[in-house]
Design a protein around this ligand. Structure first.
Ligand code: NAD
Ligand code: MG
Length: 300
């Protein structure tokens, strides 16, 4: 593997990051980035910012690890202050992210809590807006994915928890955030390749991601006239704690990413630039879009 010192150095993307096989590494839910082998790259040593989000105020869910962590690092280095949401058990990961934001010279506001609760979602947005002095960007990254092979074994409790975390929370957070957002503000949701090419063992998760995609299209149309843009990112397989903590069977984790044309999983750092461009004024005419980052298993 090459060591990129920034996100601009030209190199072969197929060998830029580790390829399978990977060690077996089961983790209890929700998993920690610091326990993963090999360690994911969230851009800690590579992401270089240029003030593209100077003085913006952003709330990011799932900001402790994986894609959310990479987005938090990139946004801070682009000049944004950040409120971070994550589950209380993820405090060790979240502390590392808060320090990286402070090291970038920006404000980090840690706001742990469970977004599957409507009361917490409202409180989260209000507290983020209060502590940041307003809200310009909402990035919904938090998500729940637990594979179940047979619909007979998929219980209502899991189906509901998946939808509360992935779909209802997005609705509650968008609704609450809009009362704080000025024209020029942006919302970015996180859908998945699963929205278009669902796996047999991800019935609840894949269908919740399809709901996120349609919600993004519809809300974008509703808010365009107000000058608020809404887009989504659709990742393919990405090396994060979501997968070894029950997102995939362990034997699939060991060969994770081998099914895409690039023959490897993506790293969270490879998603961050897309969230940055969708959050910034550079994408002023882009709304209601879904941007795939899939290693070649493209969106339809
Ligand atoms: P991750 O485990 O690092 O991030 C998911 C985060 O969701 C956790 O860190 C946790 O903080 C948060 N979360 C889960 N339940 C929560 C709850 N009830 N309340 C508050 N926070 C909660 O994994 P990731 O892969 O970076 O996942 C980020 C997003 O990317 C998810 O929406 C996921 O569906 C999506 N995604 C991931 C992949 C992949 O292959 N890793 C592919 C497509 C889409
Ligand atoms: Mg996490």
């Amino acid at each position: 593997m090459n060591s990129p010192h920034d996100q601009f150095t030209m190199q072969d993307p197929t060998t830029q990051y580790p390829r399978p096989e990977f060690p077996s590494q089961p983790q209890p839910l929700p998993g920690l980035a610091r326990e993963m082998l090999p360690k994911p790259d969230h851009g800690e040593t590579s992401y270089k910012g240029f003030g593209r989000l100077k003085n913006r105020r952003a709330l990011i869910t799932g900001a402790d690890s994986g894609i959310g962590r990479a987005v938090a690092i990139a946004f801070a280095r682009e000049g944004a202050d950040i409120a971070l949401n994550y589950l209380p058990s993820e405090e060790p990961d979240a502390r590392e992210v808060a320090k990286l934001i402070s090291d970038a010279g920006r404000k980090a506001v840690p706001l742990p809590g469970d977004i599957s609760d409507v009361g917490f979602c409202t409180q989260l947005v209000d507290q983020a807006a209060r502590e940041l002095g307003g809200l310009d960007i909402l990035v919904n990254v938090a998500g729940k994915q637990q594979f179940v092979d047979d619909i007979a074994q998929l219980d209502s409790a899991q189906f509901e928890a998946t939808y509360r975390t992935n779909v209802f929370a997005m609705f509650w957070l968008c609704k609450a955030a809009l009362s704080h957002m000025p024209a020029g503000a942006t919302i970015i949701n996180t859908t998945s390749i699963q929205s278009y090419q669902p796996s047999a063992n991800l019935l609840d998760y894949a269908s919740s991601k399809a709901a996120i995609t349609a919600f993004t299209h519809a809300l974008a149309k509703q808010l365009a006239g107000k000058g608020i843009r809404v887009n989504a990112v659709a990742p393919g397989p990405i090396w994060t704690p979501l997968q070894p903590s029950g997102g995939q069977p362990q034997d699939k984790v060991e060969v994770f990413g081998s099914e895409v044309p690039m023959k490897r999983p993506g790293q969270p750092a490879e998603l961050a630039p897309v969230y940055v461009v969708l959050a910034s004024q550079e994408s002023s005419f882009v709304t209601g879009e879904v941007y795939g980052v899939t290693g070649g298993n493209h969106l339809p």
